[in-house]
Each structure stands twice: as C-alpha cells, then as structure tokens.
Design a protein around this ligand. Structure first.
Ligand code: GSH
Length: 375
C-alpha cells in the first residue's frame, strides 16, 4: 500500500508511525500539489493527507479510520488494551491530540516567523518537488495562507495566546513527568493515543525550529518521540489490571476541564441545528461561534462539527460498558473530574460514508423525539 503524507503533517505522522510500529509494508509518498488536487481529491473528495491507496486501487482517508481498519486486518501486536479504563484513556487522548492540540500547534507554526518560513519551504519542497525553492515558494504561499487563516477561526488571538502557550507548556511538562517512568502512555506498548499525540508534538512543535525549545527541559518526552519514530521489535505490554498511571491524571483533568466544555457547546449546537432542520442528512462543517477556555483564558472560536465524530469514539465506548466495567472506569473519572462530562449524550450521531460525515439517521428520526402514540 502507498501512504501519502508530508513529514510536516501531524495526522500523517500519526499514521506513518503506526504503520512502522506494526511493520505493515508500505511505501511512503509525499504527494505533490498536483496529486493532491487531482488524484487524491477525486478519490476521497478533498485534497487532504494522510491518505492510503491500496494495491487494489481502493483508498482510505482519515487517520482514525485508517488505523481502525488496519488494526482489524493486522491485529498483532494490538494497540487496543483489554481493560476498559485503558481503552477509554487511549481514545480520549486521541480526541485531545486530534481535535484540541491543533489550536496550539497552528499557533506556534504560523505566528512564529521562523516557523512560518520553515513551513512554507517545506510546503514548496513537497508540493512542487520539481521546482527550485525560489520558484516553489510563491506557488506554495496560497496553501500556507490557508493554514494561517485557520488561526482566528480556531480561536488563536492576542487574547488567547498566553493561554495556548501555558496549556502547551503544561502539557509537555506533564507528559515529561509521565515518560520519566513509563515508555508509553499506558506502559510498555504504545496505544492509539501515543501515535495521535506524536502528530502535533513531533510534526509541528518539535520539528519546527522555533518551537523546539519547548522540549529543552523535557528529555523524557523527546525519548518517547524517538521510541515511536524508530520502533524496534522490543515492545512489552500494557500495564496490568487496567491500571492508568497517576501521572496521566493531570492531562485527563485538563482535557475534561477545557476541551469537554467546548464539546458540550458543540453538541448542543448540532442538536439545535437538527431540531431546526428535521430533514437534514448532514450538518454544515461549522455552526457559528462559541466561547471556550484554554490554559485558563477565555476566547472565542468556531464550532467545528467534525469534532463530534471524534468525541463519539470515547463516548460510545463508555456507553457500551457493562455495570462492572463502568464502576472501574468511573473510579478514574471521579479522580480527573470527568464523570459528568462523560454523560454527554449524542442525540444526533454522525457516521462517515464515502469519506464524508453525515447524520446516522435523518434529524427527524432521532431517538429523543417525543415518541408518537401507538395505534
Ligand atoms: N481528521 C483528519 C484530518 C486530516 C487533516 O486535517 N490533514 C491536514 C494536513 S495535517 C490537511 O490535509 N489539511 C488540508 C486542508 O485543511 O485543506 C485525519 O485524522 O486524517
């Protein structure tokens, strides 16, 4: 199979490091701008990375879906812990890495001049590999501008930058404490959450020259990134007895305190939209603005509906637990102030179909509609 993604792309770092760890044979390709706009766009509907093209010509898109599909085909060594608490933590950290960290990662990339210059050069190098840099750069500029234009939409502003930076520094420092004692998030083997976190931390913050200093005093995080990037056959197991190291609790508490606040607003906006549009089979990519908090600072940002699909992964798992499993999981949730957050009800679930998000059922058929009296 062929994996299409640039080194500078965080979601591609997630899938590439996964494929390497699993020793799944693949060819790594950096798609040119032309390939993104033609073959990739026509195969998956948008110029996006990562994508995978299989030997039979079929395509996969979206890092979570790619990894889920390949996990079913290449089950060993499994990335999914047996214990429900560990499974939930892995999905929560994936949600955090994929849907919350981009705010910080994009800030450091596009608001630090040296990083923005570096990223533009990288875009030119991969997007227009047949051109010398001085000709590739002007062609890559619109792409770079589009990425930078996401900043205000994602709530990156003068007001929130101190919060974003405090959040990032705190996260890296919390992870350093954790990786002092543990090879990976959940013990001696990486889980999905490890690969997801590597994306923004390595492909943005560590690789971009002007943000690498964030890791100067966190050697254990750097060693963890190197382990994920250079996998060997020597991996162990997840921690015994469904244990989640206490050193991850600050990361989880932060996630529940700030990201879930945003997710609650997002889910409420999706529900409102579906109530007002009962015939809808899809929801728009964005549904207006909301207040949010990062690193303790309040800002304003767009509600990006895709994140509900990602939130459904941990929330769906939690819903399916039996009573005994839930009791075990709840012990951790109480410690990280996440018990209430995990009760978030998804009334209008999304599914992905043909690489697009759609409502699982048309809005008017959702289960919480008042039941009609029977005949
Ligand atoms: N949820 C997707 C996100 C992929 C994504 O946003 N990729 C970025 C590069 S890291 C991209 O191609 N963006 C193109 C764009 O936004 O126009 C995944 O997990 O694969």
């Amino acid at each position: 199979m062929q994996h299409f993604g640039w080194i500078i792309s965080p979601y591609s770092a997630k899938t590439r490091s996964y494929l390497r760890f699993k020793q799944i044979p693949f060819t790594d390709r950096a798609p040119s701008a032309r390939q993104l706009a033609t073959s990739i766009r026509s195969a998956v509907g948008k110029p996006i990375m990562p994508t995978i093209r299989r030997a039979d010509g079929s395509w996969m898109q979206d890092s979570s879906e790619i990894i889920d599909t390949l996990e079913a085909e290449f089950p060993e060594p499994s990335l999914t812990p047996r214990g429900p608490t560990q499974r939930l933590v892995s999905l929560l950290i994936e949600l955090h890495a994929d849907e919350w960290l981009p705010m910080a990662a994009l800030h450091y990339r596009w608001n630090r001049e040296e990083n923005a210059r570096f990223a533009l050069n990288e875009f030119a190098r991969y997007g227009f590999p047949w051109l010398p840099a001085f000709l590739g750069r002007p062609l890559a500029r619109p792409m770079a501008k589009r990425m930078a234009s996401y900043l205000p939409l994602l709530g990156v502003s003068d007001a929130t930058i101190p919060g974003l930076e405090a959040f990032t520094e705190q996260l890296i420092s919390n992870l350093d404490q954790h990786f002092c004692d543990h090879s990976y998030l959940l013990g001696g083997r990486p889980c999905l959450g490890d690969f997801a976190l590597l994306g923004p931390l390595w492909a943005h913050l560590y690789r971009d020259p002007a943000s690498r200093a964030l890791f100067e005093e966190t050697p254990s995080v750097v060693a963890w990134m190197k382990r994920l990037l250079n996998p060997t056959d020597e991996w162990g197991g997840f921690m015994l007895n469904d244990e989640v190291p206490a050193s991850l609790e600050p990361v989880l508490s932060g996630l529940f305190k700030e990201q879930f606040l945003y997710l609650q607003n997002l889910v409420a906006a999706i529900n409102r939209y579906c109530d007002e549009n009962p015939e809808a089979t899809r929801v728009p990519r964005s549904l207006g603005d909301t207040d949010f908090v990062i690193g303790g600072i309040q800002g304003h940002r767009k509600l990006v509906t895709f994140s509900q699909w990602m939130a459904q992964r941990p929330l769906g798992l939690y819903q399916q637990l039996n009573k005994e499993q839930r009791e075990t999981v709840d012990r951790l949730l109480v410690r990280v102030n996440g018990l209430e957050a995990m009760q978030l009800e998804i009334r209008n679930p999304f599914i992905r179909n043909n690489f697009r998000i759609q409502l699982e059922r048309p809005a008017k058929n959702q289960s919480t509609q008042t039941p009609q009296p029977g005949p």
